[in-house]
Write a protein that binds this ligand. Structure first.
Ligand code: FES
Length: 177
């Protein structure tokens, strides 16, 4: 009796234990991961701070400029605006997942190198992801489609990026033939 009374008045008696988090499962660059932390954490911080996939860059809290784009189920999405609970069960591709396993660059990456479309490189991962999304929708994009991409480049590489995207489109098309 006395023991039950003591337990009821113990300072921890009215603490409700937090529910055990089951975790959020998702696929990133072909590998399975389970996030057991905050479900509202933006995907960008999970990629960069937890997995150390630092290719995807921070471009501001609203994702303007496209530096933080990743593919989610094959569509380009801003990783800073996407909480982890919204990527549960989805497939994410970051810039680190573009090259082949043997290290061979993706045709887009190769085209960016060949056209010298990289300045400081901060914007480049976002351009690559946005371009891949564009080529999935328009295998041969014109200037109009390319200009609608949300990406910005402070180094002024836009003209060379445009050439690189068209070069990659031709290379991918040639690879299909
Ligand atoms: S290459 Fe420097 S911001 Fe684009």
């Amino acid at each position: 009796m006395a023991q039950a009374q003591a337990l009821a008045t113990h300072p921890t008696s009215n603490i409700t234990p937090e529910k055990v988090r089951e975790g959020i499962e998702l696929e990133i660059n072909g590998r399975q991961f389970r996030h057991t932390g905050d479900a509202d954490m933006p995907l960008l911080w999970y990629l960069r701070d937890v997995l150390r996939l630092t290719g995807t860059k921070y471009g501001g809290e609203h994702g303007l400029g496209g530096a933080d784009l990743v593919l989610v189920n094959n569509k380009a999405v801003s990783a800073i605006t996407l909480p982890m609970h919204q990527v549960s069960g989805k497939k994410v591709t970051t810039v680190e997942g573009l090259a082949a396993v043997d290290g061979k660059l993706h045709p887009l990456q190769q085209a960016f190198v060949d056209e010298d479309a990289i300045g400081c490189g901060y914007c480049t991962p976002g351009w690559l992801i946005a371009s891949l999304d564009l080529l999935n929708r328009h295998p041969h994009p014109g200037d109009n489609e390319i200009e609608q991409l949300p990406n910005l480049c402070r180094c002024g590489c836009q003209t060379r990026v445009r050439r690189a995207i068209k070069r990659a489109a031709a290379a991918i098309d040639g690879g299909r033939a």
